[in-house]
Design a protein around this ligand. Structure first.
Ligand code: SAM
Length: 185
C-alpha cells in the first residue's frame, strides 16, 4: 500500500467526530468461545481496536495490526483507559509485513480485504481454531458505485478460501459478506 494511503487513514482517524466504528463486531461476539488458558488471537487492520480490546476483555492475548499510527494511538489510549494490557498493537503495512508466527486460536479481519493474505491467515490458525472475517461485497456498489470493486468480495467468494474447513456461518448480506470457519484438527 502506498505511503499516501497510510496518510489518508491517519488523517481519517485524526479527524474528531468522524463516523468510525467503535463497537465490537456482532459476528465476533456470537462466535468467539471463552478462551482456553494462554489463548491467542490475531486481528488484521484493527482500526481503533474495538474488536481487539473486546477479545482482551474476554481473556485472549491479542496481536492487532494496522497501518495507521493515529488509529493505534487511540486504541492504546482506550486500552489504558479500560485498565487492560492484553493487546499488542503493531503498526505495519500488511502489504509487506509477515504475520507473527503463532498458532492462533482465532484470526479475525473486519472491513478490510487483501486476498493475498488468505494463505497466511489459514496457516496462522491452530488446528481447531477459528477464522472470522466480514467485509464489503459487490452489492455495496449499488449504493456507492464509485468504490473500487477490487476491495469488495464477490458473492460466495469467502468459503472458497477455506477448503476442508468447517463453515459455521457464511453469509452474503445486503452489502457485507462474512464467514466463520473452523480449521480441521
Ligand atoms: C474500514 S477500516 C476497518 C477498521 C476495523 N477493522 C473496523 O472494522 O472498524 C480499514 C482499516 O484498514 C487499515 N489498513 C488499510 N490498509 C492497510 C494495510 N496495507 N496494512 C494494514 N492496515 C491497513 C486502515 O488503517 C483501517 O484501519
Amino acid at each position: 500500500m502506498a505511503h499516501t494511503d497510510r496518510q489518508r487513514w491517519d488523517r481519517r482517524y485524526a479527524t474528531p467526530g468522524e463516523h468510525l466504528k467503535k463497537e465490537p463486531n456482532d459476528v465476533l461476539i456470537r462466535h468467539v468461545p471463552p478462551p482456553r488458558p494462554g489463548a491467542r488471537a490475531l486481528e488484521l487492520a484493527c482500526g481503533l481496536g474495538h474488536n481487539a480490546l473486546w477479545l482482551a476483555e474476554q481473556g485472549y492475548v491479542v496481536d492487532a495490526i494496522d497501518i495507521s499510527l493515529a488509529a493505534l494511538h487511540s486504541a492504546r489510549a482506550e486500552m489504558n483507559r479500560r485498565g487492560l494490557s492484553g493487546v499488542n498493537f503493531i503498526v505495519a503495512d500488511l502489504d509487506h509485513f509477515a504475520l507473527p508466527v503463532y498458532a492462533y486460536d482465532l484470526v479475525c479481519v473486519f472491513r478490510f480485504l487483501d486476498r493475498s493474505l488468505f494463505p497466511a491467515i489459514r496457516e496462522r490458525v491452530r488446528p481447531g481454531g477459528l477464522v472470522i472475517t466480514q467485509t464489503l461485497n459487490v452489492r455495496h456498489l449499488d449504493r456507492s458505485p464509485d468504490c473500487c470493486v477490487d476491495h469488495m468480495l464477490q458473492l460466495g467468494e469467502l468459503p472458497r478460501y477455506f477448503p476442508g474447513w468447517t463453515v459455521l456461518e457464511a453469509d452474503d448480506g445486503p452489502y457485507m459478506s462474512g464467514i466463520v470457519a473452523r480449521k480441521p484438527g
